[in-house]
Design a protein around this ligand. Structure first.
Ligand code: FES
Ligand code: FES
Length: 879
């Protein structure tokens, strides 16, 4: 331990620390600096931990204490109140933040840029932000915020913030100011007196038998409170959203099934002691040959990966019409195999959980998951306690995109708190996060599609095989959704679709933005382009001739009878498509469709409680997660629209105070379900307000709202003779234009959102989705070698940075959805569904190469993006 002295936000500070201790840890743990986030320490890849040291921006995870000795450190906490107000206002006015985890680091960088006083173009700003990773925004509106800040510095006037919360207005994000400045805590920012810190021991093997676990050396380390293994679990060790096939701790004698399996948990007085002790846990393994290829996994005789299910996790079949005959009589037929890659969510906030024992034997669980009631149910089961013992609370998270639907460390944290009797917090680092949570499926897709001489589609035979990894998660449902959307938004009279999800010893795959639909979109759009060429028509005309209209049958068998804005989206991008072609540019077009709501026979409930508080505010309880998508803001807008009260009255909360029982925030359904329930509750409050009562008169009153969707049908089934697989669908067309060198220059998006509740946030969601879609198309992947991801570095995983974003033009189409709240439908996922298909078409127009495997790293568009360094040869070798 050495003594270090430095200036922190203008105040002299000192502490004893090891010389290799990182400044990010010191600032967060010793000085409770909340604006400095840990997104990837010690990798120095995300920019969330940015500080100014002697006036120069540096990632604080790059600085050990020796480098800080005697220096001046500035964080956002040390910036003047006026400046803080300017930055927060600009980010809100521009909608430049979503989950907010990356934002304080960006704000400090922008302060540094603004202080230099040099004018900058948008391209220069983008380059200056290249050290910062934002997984939510697509950077467009961050740069808008920078321009507002520069302008305000010039003019001396703050940007204006709208305050109308009415439906159709761009109300600034709820808690946007606090998020921008880093004062709204994420789970890892929350400190509790007497808190222990946890660390987990993960399997280094994708498949091995656990011969023995020796915790004695770890337990003997000073500062260690307890080391926990499977034999300490009082309840059911196995959890899972659909199948209970996933142990929260793997026991001696059992097999580990992937490299994120947990063998032991350490609870200790500090994070560093917990991690040091975890490294001392000795696990003896008998390595076994892992099952890594889904094709091999589903062959008879393959080793069974998961003891609770055979290796075919799911099989979905959809058949309609005479496919063989229709193909035989088609004028043109194309066949091919399309392949997509495993994708890491790379939400900026790694998973964290905090569990606090309460008086009376209850436990307060602070989670950042996507389903607070599912988390509570599963944690109670692991603890062997009734659910009522757990008070579960959602802390809005720093991005999720489906990757926080399954629990990661909620149960382990709760267990550690129970067994020690003390509060325990566990935070994963970036490597642990990537190892543990499920990914987007790699899917191999065999398509044969025919059309007549005019290009009208006649038939499709489709076979899908997805690698679902070691645990079920929602992998079967993903392949089911892939099958149900496999024909895209097109009319195909005869179809034969078969989709399987296979267990392997790779990382589990489950929900990720698009839920299986991105994959099949890439394939069907490729088929349309190939057929269009044979027919001799262009991509727009091919899609126009085949786009579903009212009365047509969707892939899943549902007759489409409402809110179908696809034609309008095609018309909206028509000029952009032909205009760019006319000017000699390589252009690609693709269309997309995505369901809102889980559907496929699921009973879905949304519940809301409005409680009038003593200060005349109204707590707005719903069961769904705010994860950057803006759910809290739009449900406030619903409440405002119904009651006429100002938006500042409403305070969204998600916890188990009321038995709201909502499931996962998934399937673009948060707005649909929470919105309908909020409108129901708000209508009751409005009745009392109309009767002349004020909120002061109504203190203590609780208004209940509820909605149920129970009329959807499972694949292959009907209700009252009707197939209705989904409540609602969003529709989209995207045009990708390449520049003269083959890089993506511009993306035109027209998307049917039903009703734009908050137009600015709709645009922001779509921009973020396009960024993710371009990464999916060109640079992103997470290959594994022997079941272990080959990298944990965001740059190598290939997520786009600010300079890589093209111009994005968005047209919002409003085709009223009668079942949606005020006509709205889900928008979160659809924005990236067509992107890869449109990029593939543009690339073929550029160089004549039809690419059928993602990511398309061999393309000029990918080479123009300086991320994604995993070599092609490595990817092939490592499957
Ligand atoms: S935490 Fe320092 S750069 Fe990511
Ligand atoms: S707002 Fe940037 S990562 Fe979420």
């Amino acid at each position: 331990m050495n003594l270090y002295q430095f200036s922190l936000n203008g105040n002299p500070v000192q502490l004893h620390a090891p010389s290799d201790r990182l400044l990010v840890e010191v600032l967060r743990e010793n000085f409770q600096i909340g604006s400095v986030k840990n997104g990837c320490a010690p990798q120095q890849q995300c920019g969330a931990c940015l500080i100014l040291i002697n006036g120069i921006p540096k990632n604080s995870c790059a600085l050990d204490m020796e480098k800080v000795q005697g220096k001046e450190v500035l964080t956002l906490e040390g910036v003047s109140a006026d400046e803080r107000q300017l930055y927060a206002t600009a980010f809100q006015a521009a909608a430049g933040l979503q989950c907010g985890f990356c934002t304080p680091g960006l704000v400090l960088r922008i302060k540094w840029l603004a202080d230099r006083g040099r004018p900058m173009s948008r391209a220069e700003i983008a380059r200056a932000l290249t050290g910062h990773l934002c997984r939510c925004t697509g950077y467009v509106k961050i740069i808008d915020a920078v321009e507002l800040i520069f302008e305000a510095k010039r003019s001396g006037r703050l940007p204006q913030l709208g305050d109308s919360g009415a439906v159709g207005q761009s109300l600034p994000r709820y808690q946007g100011s606090e998020l921008a400045l880093g004062t709204r805590p994420f789970v890892a920012d929350i400190e509790v007196a007497g808190m222990l810190h946890g660390a987990v021991v993960l399997s280094p093997h994708a498949r091995a038998r656990v011969v023995g676990i020796d915790t004695s050396r770890a337990a003997a380390l000073a500062g260690v409170e307890k080391v926990i293994t499977a034999k300490d679990v009082p309840g059911d060790r196995w959890v899972g959203q659909i199948y209970k096939d996933w142990p929260v701790l793997v026991a001696e004698g059992e097999e580990v099934r992937y490299v994120g399996d947990v063998l032991a948990i350490v609870a200790a007085e500090s994070p560093s002691i917990a991690r040091a002790a975890a490294a001392l846990v000795q696990v003896a393994y008998e390595p076994l040959p892992p099952v890594l290829d889904p094709v091999e996994a589903i062959k008879p005789g393959a080793p069974q990966v998961n003891p609770r299910h055979d290796n075919v996790l799911s099989l979905t079949k959809i058949e309609r019409g005479e496919v063989d005959a229709a193909l035989a009589s088609s004028a043109h037929v194309v066949s091919g195999t399309w392949r997509t890659q495993r994708i890491e969510h790379l939400f900026l906030e790694p998973e964290a959980a905090l569990a606090v024992p309460l008086e009376g034997g209850k436990l307060h669980l602070l989670t950042q998951g996507q389903g607070v009631f599912d988390d509570r149910r599963q944690v109670a089961s692991v603890l062997g306690e009734p659910e009522e013992n757990i008070f579960a609370e959602l802390v809005p998270n720093g991005g999720a995109f489906g990757g926080k639907e399954d629990m990661t460390i909620q149960a382990q944290t709760a267990l550690a708190a129970r067994l020690t009797g003390r509060p325990v917090r566990i935070e994963l680092n970036r490597e642990e996060s990537i190892r543990m949570h499920p990914k987007r499926h790699p899917i191999t897709m065999e398509y044969t599609v025919g059309c007549d001489a005019q290009g009208h589609l006649t038939a499709a035979r489709i076979n899908l095989l997805g690698d679902s990894g070691a645990y079920a998660s929602v992998g079967g449902k993903v392949l089911e959704r892939a099958a149900g959307h496999a024909c895209g938004p097109y009319r195909i009279p005869a179809i034969d679709i078969e989709a399987r999800a296979a267990y392997t010893n790779n990382p589990p795959c489950g929900a990720m933005r698009g839920f299986g639909v991105n994959q099949t979109s890439f394939a069907i759009e490729g088929c349309l382009d190939l057929l269009a060429k044979k027919v001799g028509i262009d991509g727009w005309e091919m899609r126009w001739r085949n786009a579903v209209r009212i009365g047509d049958v969707f892939s899943s068998g549902q007759v489409l009878d409402k809110s179908l804005g696809l034609e309008r989206t095609l018309l909206a991008v028509k000029d952009a498509y032909y205009g760019a072609r006319g000017s000699g540019r390589a252009v690609g077009l693709a269309c997309g469709v995505k369901n809102s709501g889980i559907g496929n026979g699921a009973i879905e409930k949304g519940k809301c409680r409005l409680e009038v508080e003593a200060d005349a505010s109204v707590s707005l309880y719903s069961g769904f997660t705010e994860m950057g998508q803006g759910l809290f803001t739009v449900i406030i807008q619903f409440a405002v629209e119904v009651t006429g009260l100002p938006p500042s009255v409403f305070r969204p909360k998600v916890n188990s105070r009321f038995e709201l029982g909502s499931g996962q925030t998934t399937g673009s359904r948060g707005t649909l379900l929470a919105g309908r329930a909020t409108i129901d509750a708000a209508t009751k409050l409005k009745k009392d307000l109309d009767a002349g009562q004020t909120l002061r008169d109504l203190v203590g009153r609780i208004y209940e709202g509820e909605t149920t969707i129970d009329d959807t049908t499972a694949p292959g089934q009907t209700k009252n003779g009707i197939i209705k697989t989904h409540t609602s669908f969003g529709w989209s067309s995207q045009v990708v234009v390449l520049d003269e060198a083959g890089a993506v220059e511009r993306v035109h998006v027209a998307q049917d959102v039903g009703r734009a509740i908050n137009p600015q946030q709709c645009e922001a969601q779509i921009e973020g989705a396009v960024a993710m879609g371009l990464g999916y198309a060109l640079t992103e992947e997470l290959p594994c070698r022997d079941g272990m991801p080959v990298t944990f570095k965001p740059r190598e995983i290939g997520v786009l940075r600010a300079p890589h974003m093209p111009k994005v033009d968005i047209t919002l189409i409003e085709e009223h959805e009668p079942e949606g709240p005020f006509g709205a439908k889900g928008i979160g996922e659809l924005g990236l569904v067509p992107t890869a298909g449109a990029v593939a078409a543009a690339l073929e127009a550029f160089d004549g190469v039809r690419r059928m495997t993602l990511p398309m790293k061999d393309s000029p568009a990918a080479r123009a993006i300086d991320v994604g360094l995993i070599k092609d040869g490595d990817r092939d070798q490592w499957h």
